[in-house]
Design a binder for this molecule. Structure first.
Ligand code: PHE
Length: 338
């Protein structure tokens, strides 16, 4: 058998093939286990020593050429199949491709970014603070003494055996960190994640989000605080809402308040405001002199206000979410709705 004439014949037959199945048959016939090339290779031991090498090389070159011819013919098949599909009546080259599923921002991230924009437009700086916090910043510097109930291990996740490191229970430690690094006057907000060791239910989770606000300046009063909170409400709900202050107790503010806003969802009482027409919005107050001192600021010269907005609660209000735990359990069916 002469490899050259074999190749020619093979090429002719490959060119005459009409489908992939026929091509496969030829492939078996020529380069299969018992095919033409295998037979050529099997002849080698019978040849004179001097001819063996050349014969082997020819057989292998034949195999290579046949395989290439088969692959080229297959490509011709593929192309004509595509052409046929394009010519078919139902082929529409202008149809948009299937849409990739798009992700979206978590509702907490959305509200955080909106409020950051709002406060930045009012001259506030956005700060970050550590989630694993020193007891000093989380409690001590905030005028929360060793025997204060907020330190109860019921509420605080401790990160070591000596009580020096905690998961921050609120964003207020950023107040003191901000004071240490800045010269008054200044305004900052600090959104972030906080942790409490609590039994979870529809309105409590062990992990949630707050946004701290802090303003330090000369002669800052409750009037400034109320003004800032009304602007905040306008930013959140898109219109002016009446507010009222009730006394609230937090060791790091004096006086301390709970700020309520007129329920933005009803006129005469609804399930959100529990028929009271007021919703509890945020705790706030004037910064306690001890806290200013702990942050290296002279309380005789400077004063300020602070507030702690519950971002998780705000998102729940905004989207009428009935269980905080939805916010963090990562269920796509929940997240897809935003
Ligand atoms: N840090 C307080 C809390 O989480 C809230 C607060 C912030 C109160 C600022 C007053 C001023 O409970």
């Amino acid at each position: 058998m002469d490899p050259e004439t074999t190749l020619e014949a093979a090429r002719e037959r490959i060119g005459a093939c009409e489908d992939t199945a026929a091509l496969k048959g030829l492939e078996r016939e020529y380069v299969g286990k018992q095919g033409v090339v295998a037979t050529l290779l099997a002849e080698i031991p019978k040849l004179a020593t001097g001819e063996r090498k050349a014969h082997g090389q020819k057989a292998n070159a034949l195999k290579q050429s046949i395989l290439e011819a088969i692959a080229a013919r297959q490509i011709e098949f593929d192309i004509s199949k595509l052409d046929a599909a394009r010519r078919a009546d139902d082929f529409d080259a202008t149809l948009p491709p299937p849409l990739a599923q798009r992700g979206s921002l978590h509702p907490i991230t959305q509200v955080t970014r909106e409020l950051e924009d709002l406060f930045v437009s009012m001259g506030y700086e956005v700060l970050d603070g550590p989630e694993v916090e020193l007891d000093h910043y989380n409690f001590e510097a905030l005028n929360i003494t060793k025997d204060h109930p907020a330190r109860d291990s019921q509420d605080t996740f401790y990160c070591d055996d000596v009580g020096r490191l905690v998961l921050r229970t609120h964003t207020s430690p950023v107040q003191v960190r901000a004071m240490e690094k800045r010269e008054p006057p200044f305004r900052v907000i600090a959104p972030g994640r906080v942790f409490r060791q609590e039994t979870t239910d529809a309105s409590h989770d062990h992990t949630f989000y707050q946004m701290e606000g802090l303003v330090v300046g000369k002669d800052i009063s409750v009037a400034h605080l109320i003004g800032a909170m009304k602007t905040l409400l306008r930013g959140i709900f898109g219109r002016d809402l009446d507010v009222r202050l009730r006394p609230g107790h937090f060791p790091f503010v004096e006086p301390g308040f709970e700020l309520d806003a007129r329920c933005p969802f009803c006129e005469g009482g609804c399930s959100v405001c529990k028929r009271t027409t007021w919703i509890e919005l945020l705790p706030c107050g004037l910064i306690h002199p001890n806290v200013l001192s702990a942050g290296g600021i002279d309380p005789e010269v400077w004063s300020g206000f602070a507030f702690g907005l519950g971002l998780s609660r705000l998102v729940m209000l905004r989207h009428e979410i009935d269980d905080v735990r939805h916010l963090l359990d990562g269920d796509v069916r929940f997240l897809e709705q935003f």
